[in-house]
Write a protein that binds this ligand. Sequence first.
Ligand code: PEP
Ligand code: MG
Length: 590
Amino acid sequence: MPTDEIRDTSEITLPGIAASPGIAHGQVFLHVQNDLELPAHDIDPAQRGEETARFERALIATRLQVQRTKAEVEKNLGADEARIFDAHLLVLEDQALISETLRELETSGHNIERCFHRVAQRYIAAFETIEDEYLRERAGDIRDVAQRLLQNLLGQAAQSLGELAKGRVVVAGDITPSEAAGLDRSEALAIVTDTGSKTSHAVIVARSMRVPAVVGARDLTKRVRNGDWVLVDGYEGKVILHPAEQTLFRYGKIRLEKKNIELRLLEASRQPAVTLDGVTVALRANIEQAGETKLVQEFHGDGVGLFRTEFLFLSAPRVPSEDEQYAAYRAAAETLAPAPVVIRTLDLGGDKPMPGGAHLFARESNPFLGHRAIRFCLDQPAIFKDQLRAILRASAHGKVRLMYPMISGREELARANAVLAECRAELTAKGVAFDATMPVGTMIEIPSAALTADLLAQDCEFFSVGTNDLIQYLLAIDRVNDRIAHLYEPTHPAVIRTLRHIVTEAHRFGRKVSVCGEMAGDPVYAALLLGLGVDELSMTPPLLPAVKFAVRAMTLADARQLAEDTLKLTSAKESQSLCENFYRARVKVE
Ligand code: PEP
Ligand code: MG
């Protein structure tokens, strides 16, 4: 008897980690990521004709897909962005690549997938060693197209996750940041993953898309099937499989209550972010794409405190040019002027490898401790300088600030600043306009940077504390590992003491401190951060109203007392309770 017929479909509640608020009810789209497994077998000379015909059909199918994607990108992002697909079409028309594959088929006696893969790998290796940067980048195009073509040869759908997720609850082992970037316009109902944590980048994207998400649902992918009905509770971190009528009814009421609260908060967020004792606090937004400036306005953010520029790179098949980047940065700066836009230079690597950049990033056993962010940029001056020039040029069109991620100490900051000085000189020599007074800051997210805050404060104009990474490195807790997520404690005494140290040193040198990690978007921690002396908070736009509400319900004097009290405590749990009690005693959304 097929197992389908005896399958138990009674309601089951599975716990996970609440990652993005909201409730969704819908059918599952099970997203399975597996590397292409290439069949390898010998073929009979009589089968060569059929193998050649399969190859030709796959070439045509791939060409059509690339043309379709190109047209879509052109419509959504413009002709410049779409031009990169011309390079993909050229690869598919490359006579040398095609005839070499057919020669391989004749001489090796192997199946066509194996022959094409072998020839494509030879091409990629040859392009990767070329001095000329433009030609070297063609290796990425060949890799991308070869992958699509092999998928077509194997009869696998090459649709993007975004297309497949529409109107569904996406259930996956994990979602890479580049897949998350592709989910942007997908209208997915919710996202649930077996692994991950509140600060993994796919979750950060889900929050800014206002898509409910639950992570760390362990073996959910093994328990559900495509088309199963599930209810996702992104507030409490629960997934209810095969929900019963009463459960749906109960959640319908919860959804209505939560919606009402969100509307009240949004309404209240038209008011300025001023504490009860009259102190104005800058509440800014974190964005991943220039288009998200619409959200910043919708949620009344005071500009952007963190523009994660790597998402421009994650959603593109290859490194975006200086002009492409300039257009995005300028659009954000112009839209939000006179409010500031803090543009962070590239933070690729770690949990954000670039799909089209496999030639730039080696496999690493400890990616979070590896060749990421500023380390990568300083080793790739051409890529870094393109970005710095693009940011400088955008600074002529608004209030742009620039900051470097993952700075570990003064020498690294000096090296980055030296490259920036070169870019300034180049633009000046060409008579290109930029804001010569554009403030330059550094993120504090590595313990060594926190401990040398006094030195860094002398070489930059502001700090932005990336608590997602800072907590990960201070407590040695992998930020995307759900098994140790309970040990990831923002109120650990080491975190509170480190924050105090950073603020004290920054203020000693007249520098302002912002916090732009996820901790800044949790209203429960607003008083602690402000009480420790943090000047600005930056968060995913939909979280702005709740944090503003908390700011408007407290006095800075009380917040300072709270911070002093937590500094005397010895455990994360005690400080957490103190923050929660402080919040509950003041914040009441009726
Ligand atoms: C952080 O580490 O807190 C941060 C804001 O940067 P990201 O989450 O992009 O690593
Ligand atoms: Mg970081």
